[in-house]
Each structure stands twice: as C-alpha cells, then as structure tokens.
Design a protein around this ligand. Structure first.
Ligand SMILES: [Zn+2]
Ligand SMILES: [Zn+2]
Length: 150
C-alpha cells in the first residue's frame, strides 16, 4: 500500500517540523515560535493528527475488555477481574466440544510437555481415549490433567 503524502500548508508544515524536532515542545511554545495563538496551534495539531499535549502518556484501554481505564494511566487493566481473566485462555474440549478456560501459563506448560490433546477434564479424556487406556501416553496425559485440576 502506498501511503498518501498529506499536503500541509506552510504553517502546518512549520508546526510538524517544530514538533518532530522537539517532541517535548508545548503548544504554547510552538505558538510563540510561529506567532499564532495557542488555540490555533492546538487546532492545527488536531487537524493533522498530532498530540496536542506533550509529556502525558496516552491512557490506553484495558488490555482485556478494551474499556477505558479510569484513573492512573500506567495501569494495563481496568480491574482486578480483567487482570485475572487475561491470564486465562479459552480452549475447546476435544471430546465434548465445550469451551472452558485454563490459565494461559498452564496451557503453555502443557504444550511444552507435549500434551497436544485438550480436554476439559478427566472424564472427557477417558471417553476419547477409552480404548487406549493402558498406554504410557495416556498415563502421562492423565497425570498432567490431574495436576491441572488441582
Ligand atoms: Zn477491563
Ligand atoms: Zn469435555
């Protein structure tokens, strides 16, 4: 994709240059530099999509639910619940097909240990592998599931 080059007026271009050369420069400072009002600078910055405030970290939405975070801007989640939920992933049981959640870390560990089968619990596992019951693979997976459900 070719990015279209925005066409700036001389004044806008001047502001873009000043702002990119001095990212910390306040709108009031730019205004003095160019000789226009602070409000005019703010409007131009808005128009060309540059931040009007400097030195203030943008408040990003909650990483889990995408809602706005109220209060301190250095938080990644809007609530304890979102923080806790963000550590879970939803998996589909290979036997009964229901979605269930499991801690992401645990799932990663399981994969590392070679557990490519995903079951919501032991009974689904049992149904799926009923005919293989004595194999070492089954025993190993059963052990992993037992640990998971602790
Ligand atoms: Zn949230
Ligand atoms: Zn299941």
């Amino acid at each position: 994709m070719v990015e279209s080059v925005p066409m700036y007026t001389d004044r806008q271009w001047h502001i873009v240059c000043l702002r990119s050369a001095n990212p910390e420069m306040k709108a009031a400072h730019i205004a003095r530099e160019i000789g226009i009002s602070r409000e005019a600078v703010r409007q131009i910055l808005n128009k060309i999509g540059l931040p009007t405030k400097v030195g203030v970290a943008p408040i990003l939405p909650c990483e889990f639910c995408q809602r706005d975070i109220i209060g301190r801007s250095n938080r990644r989640f809007c609530s304890r619940k979102c923080y806790a939920d963000s550590r879970y992933i939803y998996l589909k049981c290979m036997d009964c097909g229901i979605d269930f959640k499991r801690r992401e870390k645990l799932h990663a560990t399981n994969l590392k240990r070679g557990q490519i089968f995903i079951f919501c619990g032991r009974s689904c596992f049992g149904r799926y592998f009923g005919h293989l019951n004595k194999s070492t693979e089954v025993t190993r997976i059963l052990e992993i599931l037992k640990e998971n459900n602790k």
